[in-house]
Design a protein around this ligand. Structure first.
Ligand SMILES: *Cc1c(COP(=O)(O)O)cnc(C)c1O
Length: 362
């Protein structure tokens, strides 16, 4: 078996010990005589799995008791609609910070449901930073403020948590969830597609403060109403059983290495390796402003589209896969989520040095 370093933005690498554990239990889980994939979601074995997954996530993220944890389907993109459906009141309004493509999509989707406004954006500067805001940036009495905490495509991350006063803050954390400690109590809602940093595709996590449940608009599809899901412990219908089991193994792995404090240390070391190299030379350009740099998605270009293309294809041959930037921005992007080992990032930096030496610019 020859595993590569996979820099994909998502679906992305999973920790090897997690994959091995899953493999060892694939055909027969414990004493159950069956695979987790074959289990009734209402069986005692599966009930234990989903309950453990929630308990471990609560421990890992230090989630306060007045928040519900929901294991849903539909991806983060479904939450772009679920957020206004659950929170935007009749005649109410909401403000969005647009710091990249996904927050733009969330804003566009919410426009279908009422009065939503862009409070701040870095679009005129190609999303190379996260805009600063103050409490005055938001309309008093808004139903919520929406942000995307880590901008997967551009490689930026909020260097601060916006002060919204009494207005609930809603955050898409798809590409930074469980990468470092975060104060959940500062948010009304946190949501994330699992396939970046948590599990295989198919699972969407929603963490919602209890007082925000029960406000859904009358036309809200039952399946998108967070309260339906909360009242039924995420089992109103069949949940994404296997992906939840995988998420549980991932939570277990992070707890075993020392929780999110240790995860943050490892992630900071990996990101520093790459950014320190980028700052030390002038062959590659890192377009993101320093204070907005993401620890999870690192973007860079050579300044020559043909060289960028050659970089990605030669890197792939050297076992460094999926370094091509998002189709909308080009260049390169190294996604270095929790499961990317430090050696993978070190190998990338060595490859970058070699490529620069062998491919002088005209
Ligand atoms: C990948 C991603 C999405 C889209 O997620 P899906 O699960 O594919 O809908 C949304 N927001 C962010 C920040 C992402 O990284």
């Amino acid at each position: 078996m020859n595993r590569v370093y996979n820099f994909s933005a998502g679906p992305s690498m999973l920790p090897l010990p997690v994959l091995e554990k899953a493999a060892s239990e694939l055909v027969c889980y414990g004493e159950s005589g069956m695979s987790v994939m074959e289990m009734s979601h209402r069986s005692p074995d599966y009930e234990a799995i989903i309950k453990d997954a929630e308990a471990m996530l609560r421990q890992l993220m230090n989630i306060p008791d007045n928040y519900k944890v929901l294991f849903l389907q539909g991806g983060a993109s479904t939450q772009f609609a679920s957020v206004p459906l659950n929170l935007l009141s009749e005649g109410g309004y909401a403000d969005y910070i647009v710091s990249g493509q996904f927050s733009g999509k969330a804003y566009t989707e919410a426009q279908k449901y009422g009065d939503v406004k862009i409070a701040a954006t870095s679009k005129p500067d190609n999303f190379t930073y996260v805009p600063a805001t103050t409490r005055e940036s938001f309309r008093a009495g808004a139903d919520y403020v929406h942000i995307c905490f880590n901008n997967t495509i551009y490689g930026t991350k909020f260097p601060y948590i916006p002060d919204t006063g009494d207005i609930p803050l809603v955050a898409d954390m798809s590409s930074c969830i469980i990468s470092e400690p975060v104060d959940v109590s500062k948010f009304g809602v946190i949501y994330a597609g699992a396939q970046k940093n948590m599990a295989p595709a198919g699972l969407t996590l929603v963490i919602v403060r209890e007082d925000l449940l029960g406000r859904a608009r009358p036309e809200t599809p039952t399946m998108l109403d967070w309260k339906t899901m909360a009242d039924n412990d995420s089992m109103y219908n069949t949940p994404p059983c296997y992906a939840i089991y995988m998420a549980k193994l991932v939570y277990e792995w992070i707890l075993s290495i020392g929780g999110l404090e240790e995860m943050q240390k490892r992630n900071a070391r990996k990101a520093a390796l790459l950014y320190d190299y980028l700052d030390s030379q002038d062959y590659y350009i890192a377009p993101v402003q320093k204070e907005s740099r993401s620890m999870m998605n690192v973007t860079f270009v050579t300044g020559d589209a043909d060289l960028d293309k050659k970089f990605a294809s030669e890197a792939a041959k050297a076992g460094l896969k999926n370094l091509k930037g998002h189709r909308s921005v080009g260049g390169m992007r190294a996604s270095i989520y929790n499961a990317m080992p430090e050696e993978g990032v070190a190998a990338l930096v060595e490859f970058m040095k070699k490529f620069a030496a062998e491919n002088p610019k005209a």
